[in-house]
Design a binder for this molecule. Structure first.
Ligand code: FPP
Length: 258
């Protein structure tokens, strides 16, 4: 999963084709503001957010994206009013109930990232069923971060490694980046190439903190319920015009330096 071992999707040439395997992650922000601006309850913003997610998955596959990770519920979202938390849990249930068969037929592999503690048993069962039923699929990877926090995930990975050391199955001196990240809930999927946040806010809010190290960041001024394939295309066009160097030099700079 080292960024240095990954191929460069963003060569700075906006006309260059996307190579297979592109991983896009999205912080789907602005549901509440979308609803409030329309005089609607926030819950309706979240419901419209599910429709936007459907459109975006369809659009992503058509645009040549192979992996999509979305932030559905953070470890900090438990601080929201109980009613809103219940609504978000209900939406995950409803989403898997209505869409799982279709995702399965279309070859989508579903994974849910984050802590499994604190979730209702029926939600847990749905998550496990979604992962099991789509485990053999490979044409598109959908990862839903749910009860996920970047710091919590790093702490959980550290604890898992420490426990392996306690059991005598690992040695502290062998720890390196590759071994550490193998304990994150995102493993073994490579880190995102591009992280998008909607709604105009410009922060990561505890999303993929380890994995964001070399991701390109794109902030789009659109509330998530209005998001669709056209916005994703614009983000990918922007991404393609960038040059990723991973701390190294681009080809022209190497020539100039030699
Ligand atoms: C942020 O908007 C969005 C969330 C906290 C939840 C995202 C959830 C969905 C898009 C629903 C579908 C998800 C799944 C996984 C079925 P916000 O409420 O913070 O908006 P605000 O910043 O305008 O208040």
């Amino acid at each position: 999963m080292s960024p240095l071992s990954g191929m460069n999707h963003a060569s700075g040439d906006p006309a260059a084709p996307l190579r297979p395997g592109l991983h896009v992650a999205i912080i789907m922000d602005g549901n509440g503001r979308w609803a409030t601006a329309r005089g609607m309850p926030r819950a309706l913003g979240h419901r419209e957010g599910v429709a936007a997610l459907r459109r975006t998955i369809e659009g992503a596959a058509a645009l040549g994206v192979h992996r999509l990770t979305v932030f559905g519920f953070s470890t900090e979202n438990w601080r929201r009013p109980k009613r809103e938390v219940m609504e978000l849990m209900g939406l995950l249930r409803a989403y898997f109930q209505s869409d799982l068969k279709r995702l399965e037929r279309r070859g989508v592999k579903v994974r849910v990232l984050g802590r499994r503690t604190g979730l209702e048993s029926d939600v847990l069962q749905m998550i496990e069923a979604a992962e099991t039923q789509t485990a053999a699929n490979d044409s598109f990877h959908l990862q839903v971060a749910f009860n996920y926090g970047g710091r919590a995930d790093i702490v959980d990975a550290a604890r898992a490694f420490a426990e392996a050391v306690e059991r005598g199955e690992a040695k502290a001196r062998d720890l390196n980046e590759a071994l550490f990240e193998a304990h994150l809930s995102t493993a073994p999927i490579p880190a995102p190439d591009l992280i998008i946040r909607t709604s105009g806010e410009q922060r990561l809010s505890n999303f993929l903190l380890w994995e964001c190290a070399y991701a390109e960041l794109i902030f789009q001024d659109v509330y998530w319920p209005d998001y669709g394939p056209e916005h994703l295309r614009a983000a990918i066009d922007d991404y393609r015009s960038r040059q990723r160097r991973y701390g190294g030099l681009v080809h022209e700079d190497i020539l100039a330096a030699s």
